[in-house]
Design a protein around this ligand. Structure first.
Ligand code: V47
Length: 353
C-alpha cells in the first residue's frame, strides 16, 4: 500500500515504511507528524523545572563522541562530594526545582555506595523532589564493577530512592556502529534488558538516541524499532529523546554534518513510528531552543526543562551550559502559538502558563 495511504489510515509503520518516510518531502512528513501530535496533546508544550547534576566527569569508559569526560581534550577532572551535591539540591529546591536529573561518568573509586547513598540523603532532606538518575550504562557499569546482577542494582536503586531512570547511554543500538563509537559500554541488548527490568518493577523511564554522527537512516529506524518492540511488552517508556550529536572537543571527527531538515525529519518519523510512546522530547540543549520549538510542529511535544546547569552537551559545543529561565521558556512557547504546560517528571500536568 502507498505510504501516504498508510499514514492516512494511521496504520502501524513497518521497517520498510519508516525508511520510505525519509524520502517524503519535509512538509508532507511534518504535516502527518503534527497531526499525530495534535491528536495526542493538542497545542501543549510540556516541560519541567529541573536541575541537571553530573557528580563526576572521571570515567572508566572512552566514548568517542563524549566531550564531557576528563581526557586529553578536556583535562579538568572533578568529583563532587555528597555535601556539594546536597547544597546544589537545597539551592535548587529554593527556586522551585521539582526534579533532579543526576547522571555521572563511570567511576567506581569510592564503591557503589558513592552513587547510591546520595539519593537517600536527598530524599531524607527533600522527600518531595523527584530523582531521575542512573542511566542503563551506569547500572551496567556498577553491576560489572561490583559483581552484582542487574536485579541487585535495581533493588538498591529502589531502596535508595531513585524514582525514574533517564534515557541516556542508548546511543545507537546497531552493534557495528556501537563498536566504533562506544566500545566496551553497555551492549544494546543489555540497555534494553535493564529498562525492561526497571519497568517490571512498575517504574518508568525514557529512551534516547544519539544521531547525526556516523549512523545511517537505517540505523536510526532500527534503533526506534527496538525501543518500540520493548514498549509493546512493558509500556514503561514515557518519552523518546532524539539527541543531536555535538561535535566539539571529542574524538569522533568523521561525523558528517546533519542539517535542520534531517533533524526535523528524524523527529517527525520518531513520532509516527513510536506509536506506543506518549511523548517525543525535542531536547533543546542539543537542537537549540529555536529548532526545538520548530520541532513542536514536526511531532515533538516536550522540551525537557529549564535545566539550570548542563555539562554533557555544552562540553561538546552546545550553548546550554546555564540552562534557560522559565520566563524565556514560556515566552518562546507562547510566541510560537503553543501553550506552555509545566509537568512533573511523570507527565502529570502541574500548571498552564
Ligand atoms: O547518553 C554525550 C549524550 C547522553 C554527546 O531521559 C551527547 O529525560 C550530543 O541521556 N552530543 C546523556 N549528545 C544525556 C541524556 C538525557 C538528556 C536529557 C534528557 C534525558 C531524559 C536524558 O548525552 C548520553 C549521550 O548520548 N551525549 N555526548 C555529544 N557530543
Amino acid at each position: 500500500m502507498d505510504i501516504l495511504q498508510k499514514l492516512q489510515n494511521a496504520e502501524r509503520i513497518s521497517r520498510d515504511d519508516a525508511f520510505r518516510l525519509y524520502e517524503l518531502d519535509l512538509f508532507t512528513l511534518g504535516a502527518f507528524a503534527f497531526k499525530e501530535r495534535l491528536k495526542r496533546h493538542k497545542k501543549k508544550v510540556f516541560f519541567n523545572i529541573n536541575r541537571h547534576i553530573n557528580p563526576t566527569n572521571i570515567c572508566a569508559d572512552v566514548c568517542k563522541f563524549c566531550a564531557f569526560s576528563a581526557h586529553r581534550k578536556n583535562p579538568n577532572p572533578y568529583k563532587m562530594t555528597h555535601d556539594e551535591i546536597l547544597k546544589i539540591v537545597d539551592d535548587s529546591v529554593k527556586i522551585g526545582v521539582k526534579e533532579v536529573h543526576i547522571v555521572s561518568a563511570h567511576n567506581i573509586d569510592d564503591g557503589w555506595e558513592w552513587y547510591l547513598e546520595i539519593f537517600k540523603k536527598i530524599k531524607d532532606k527533600h522527600p518531595q523532589i523527584h530523582i531521575k538518575a542512573l542511566t542503563a550504562a551506569e547500572v551496567d557499569f556498577i553491576a560489572r564493577s561490583c559483581g552484582f546482577s542487574y536485579e541487585n542494582v535495581i533493588e538498591k536503586m529502589l531502596e535508595y530512592g531513585v524514582d525514574s531512570m533517564p534515557g541516556g547511554g542508548a546511543e545507537i543500538f546497531d552493534e557495528e556502529i556501537r563498536a566504533k563509537i562506544c566500545k566496551g559500554k553497555v551492549s544494546s541488548a543489555n540497555w534494553l534488558k535493564i529498562h525492561e527490568l526497571w519497568h517490571k518493577n512498575g517504574r518508568q523511564s525514557n529512551a534516547t538516541m544519539l544521531f547525526g554522527h556516523i549512523e545511517s537512516r537505517e540505523n536510526r529506524i532500527d534503533h526506534m524499532l527496538r525501543i518500540r518492540d520493548l514498549q509493546d511488552i512493558t509500556g514503561g517508556f514515557n518519552a523518546f529523546i532524539p539527541l543531536v550529536y555535538q561535535r566539539e572537543n571529542n574524538y569522533l571527527k568523521e561525523a558528517k554534518f546533519l542539517g535542520s531538515a534531517e533533524i526535523l525529519k528524524t523527529i517527525a518519523i520518531s513520532r509516527l513510528v513510536l506509536d506506543n510512546i506518549p511523548h517525543i522530547k525535542a531536547y533543546w540543549a542539543t537542537s537549540t531552543l529555536n529548532l526545538a520549538m520548530i520541532a513542536q510542529e514536526f511531532g515533538a511535544d516536550d522540551l525537557d526543562g529549564t535545566i539550570q546547569k548542563e555539562s554533557i552537551q555544552s562540553a561538546a559545543g552546545a550553548s546550554s551550559a546555564n540552562g534557560t529561565s522559565l520566563r524565556a521558556f514560556c515566552d518562546i512557547i507562547k510566541s510560537s502559538g503553543f501553550t506552555p504546560v509545566e509537568r512533573d517528571s511523570l507527565y502529570n500536568e502541574l500548571k498552564i502558563y
